[in-house]
Design a protein around this ligand. Structure first.
Ligand SMILES: [Cu+2]
Length: 174
């Protein structure tokens, strides 16, 4: 490595944080514009609110524990009861063992009821939110969630009919 290469590397190293800063500023401005646009869309506010009574999207770098969860065509989650300490960031490692699509959605019981109602009114609705994952048969994926408040929360599969058939569970945050 010659002196010129080192100088170039140094320049790149110094420039990177500055570029990141600039990008961050741009991203922030853009983000708030999008937020304003969304505010104008009726019924969209609730879906934009990522924080839930059950906590908030977790930082993957701060995961304290991985909890494996299996979903099956018997309309059950295994396990169906999960215990968490307040403040923990959990990575739910979710596997769909079935032959049809299932999903895991985390929230308060009221939030899940509301969401289930929305799914009934808009069959086939597809959306990706940090508190949920939809998995085709045989697929696996993760949800990273921070439980920052104590309480009893819920998770469920909101594919119409599944929660009603028992595809739901409890998360106790102590
Ligand atoms: Cu399901």
């Amino acid at each position: 490595m010659n002196a010129r290469t080192i100088k170039l590397l140094l320049t790149a190293t110094l420039a990177a944080p500055l570029m990141a800063l600039a990008a961050g500023e741009h991203g922030g401005g853009h983000g708030s514009t999008m937020g304003d646009m969304h505010k104008g869309m009726p019924g969209h506010d609730a879906m934009e609110a990522h924080d839930s009574a059950a906590g908030k999207p977790g930082d993957p770098a701060k995961v304290t524990r991985t909890v494996p969860v299996e979903m099956g065509d018997n309309m059950r989650f295994t396990p169906s009861e999960i215990s968490v300490k307040a403040g923990e960031t959990i990575r739910f490692f979710v596997v769909n063992k079935g032959k049809i699509a299932h999903e895991m959605v985390i929230g308060s019981a009221a939030e899940l009821d509301e969401h289930a109602e929305m799914m009934r009114n808009m069959p086939g609705m597809k959306h990706a939110e940090p508190n949920q994952i939809t998995l085709e048969p045989g697929k696996r994926g993760g949800i990273v969630w921070t439980f920052d408040k104590a309480g009893t929360f819920a998770f469920a599969c909101l594919v119409p009919g599944h929660k009603e058939a028992g595809m739901a569970g409890k998360i106790a945050v102590n």
